[in-house]
Design a binder for this molecule. Structure first.
Ligand SMILES: [Zn+2]
Length: 219
């Protein structure tokens, strides 16, 4: 069974995995995005973890898929994740293709989440939904009539920077009162002094979601 190398690049951590065609994660590494504030060193960390996984793979992955915090240019040619200040206009797709020597696809992490939730997750069987991630940032992806919405600049559904509190807390994007500034993990910690609790696999299982695999939304 051919697998893909999958990267989830966030403001706090990067997950690198080998994923098979059913969506099962065969191998996984995690590194802290915050270990370095040097953008080149961050990519070197990611490349090393990816190389470890590739060395353990029974057969070489056929492609690499990357979800990364936004904003970014179409297809992730250039990314500037708000929560990774050392990456500004970072040529992610090109760098990853050169590092891993395979075809690479990049998209906004929350749009990738939307595709995954429609394929294997909470939105399976639904043709119209908004998927959201609440983590270091707040992101979103929209599926309409079974298709992922890209938007003119490939950032459709980036709901974290919708204003929800006029003159509210300052956001990493420079505006005030964005949903991300009011409801992200760090914002919750700052306002309550309590660490946020993230949903996990056991919670999903407890909620009774089926492991059946319907057709994923299409791009
Ligand atoms: Zn913002």
């Amino acid at each position: 069974m051919r697998a893909v190398l999958a990267l989830d690049i966030g403001g706090t951590k990067v997950d690198i995995g080998l994923v098979d065609s059913t969506g099962s994660v065969l191998r996984r590494r995690r590194i802290a995005t915050t270990r370095t504030d040097n953008g080149t060193e961050l990519w070197d960390d990611i490349a090393s973890a990816g190389a470890e996984i590739l060395s353990e793979a029974e057969s070489g992955p056929v492609a690499c898929g990357i979800g990364c915090g936004g904003p970014m240019s179409p297809n992730g040619e250039v990314v500037s994740p708000l929560n990774i200040p050392s990456w500004r206009d970072f040529p992610l797709r090109q760098v990853a293709a050169a590092t891993f020597d395979m075809p690479v696809w990049v998209d906004n992490d929350a749009k990738a989440l939307a595709l995954a939730e429609g394929w294997r997750g909470a939105a399976a069987g639904s043709d119209n939904f908004l998927a959201m991630v609440v983590s270091t940032g707040v992101g979103g992806g929209l599926v309409v009539d079974g298709r992922l919405l890209d938007g003119a600049l490939s950032n459709a559904g980036h709901i974290g920077h919708v204003n929800v509190v006029p003159d509210g807390r300052e956001c990493v994007c420079g505006a005030f009162g964005c949903l991300e500034a009011e409801a992200s993990g760090p914002a919750i910690v700052a306002m309550t002094g309590t660490e946020p609790q993230y949903a996990n696999d056991s919670m999903r299982s407890a909620a009774g979601h089926s492991s059946a695999a319907p057709s994923p939304p299409t791009r």
